[in-house]
Write a protein that binds this ligand. Sequence first.
Ligand SMILES: [Fe+2]
Length: 601
Amino acid sequence: MYILGISRHHDSAAALVKDGRIVAFIDEERLNRKKHYGGFPTQAIQFCLDSAGITLGDVDHVAYFWQRWPELVYGVKHFIRYFPDTLSAFKSENGNGHKSKGLLETIRSDGAQDHFDDYNAGGAILLHWLRTFTLPKVLQEALGYDGPTKYKLHFVDHHTAHACSTYYPSPFEEAAIFSVDGIGSDGTCTLLAVAQGNEIRDLRRVKYPNSLGAMYAVVTEYLGFYPSSDEGKVMGLAPFGTDRYVDDFRQMIHLGPDGTYEIDLSWFDFHKSAKHRVSQKFIDQFGPPRPKVRKHVEQHYADVAYGLQVVLEETGLHIAHWLHKETGSKNICMAGGVALNSVMNGRILLETPFTEFFAQPASADNGTALGAALYVSNGLLGLPRPTKEYIYLGPEYSEAEMESALHQAALSFTQPPDISSHVAQQIADGKIIGWFQGRMECGPRALGNRSIVADPRSPETKPRLNDKIKHREPFRPFAPSALIERSGEYFASSYPSTVMLLVYDVLEHRRDEVPAITHVDGTARVQTVSREENPTYWQLIKHFEEVTGVPMVVNTSFNDNNEPIVCSPHDAIRCFLNTDLDGLALGPFWVEKESMSHESK
Ligand SMILES: [Fe+2]
């Protein structure tokens, strides 16, 4: 029983589930090398089918991440409710000097984006609707497949897909589900649900324009970053701010007694313009938007980021408290783009009565490809749940393929007896290393198979990573991968954070020991690593611990800024050569820059 899941929005993706097991799951951007690609995920689908050795003709069900009618109906109602202001959705500008397509232009261009901020919610809604009619034809044409097909097509409610993507792979027999994003297929922005066995039941839906995702995205845009892409930067910037604007932001969200919330729309314009815009009242209060071209971030904008982040956390806590009271469960499963906010997640785990937390790595819309497939597999067909492997589901390459890529790049390399211990020693010596092993991880975080690893003890690691290798803003923090056995000795919680979606305080007496992973507010976005989940990566950290006594390494995604995480050996070699990485561990093979420069002399 083959079930193919497809999402096509931010970070288009495909997943294949066979008899309850996830065979493959990958974002299109990893294969076509276009970051946050939102077009049809042709290569991702082909990869999924190839992984199982099948064609489209063998697929029994195709599950799409969006429904056909509910959002269109909701969108029309919304258009009428805010008419005539909603006419501004047809204008091709977004008020900050950064041109974004109007509604009709978005449809005409089939949603092609000139930049990350080139987005029109009205156009996107109509395109989602139109694409439900053309999906079978587009699918066959994209794959170049003209044989017979037998699959049944399912259009899955977007937040149900988010909910399925997190609950079904979780280890829980029952759980509360908290799904939160910009907008879903019936206008839902927050879904609160409860699950038991294979059944998921809605408790409450908060609908657009009461959207925490849209609000965070709009302020991200105001702060000079790209919405639906750079929200993590805003989360990283927030701790540099002060509480100067917290009360202003508290006015923007009214918390209801029943776990709901309402956004004060006088501060925003997104619900009228369909673009990422704040209102004149917001600008009167906080000043003009920060220009995107500016590198330096003034204190004032960090204060705005702080206010936004605090009210998001408070709203998340408010909802989670209600959800716990309503369900009585100790387990919470989170999903949706806003659930990438690991600071909020960490507080939900530590400050509410929930004692168990689960999220799968692709929490945002890419995860709905998997969630839609699991909805059919587990929700409709009652097949077993995929609790074993939900992280390392992308391509892997043989030693012969890696060796061939190194030869093609004319790189000289060695094969140390144990690559893990070799790299551990290199890191301990202050080197920054590209680490490429096994099957690629899904989701936006590198989880030890496509990672850049470095020494957490050195104060030089962070500026060097930011300046020379990742080419990104100096305020952005780096995260640790820690041995699960010892994480409690360094962080305020020892609860497993397998997919790096929880932020904990670094214990005060440990902060000077690991400055490269301690953010300005004393926190860290931890990945805990166990031997069972990733033996090779665990070995690397274990060897580093044996050499230095410190049971963690710095882990950042293996890519340059604005490039998707490397997928193939060729991508890894290109990134290695284009940055100041000191060494590359490509499977069992080792390449270093120093020997290259000696050779060229
Ligand atoms: Fe979503």
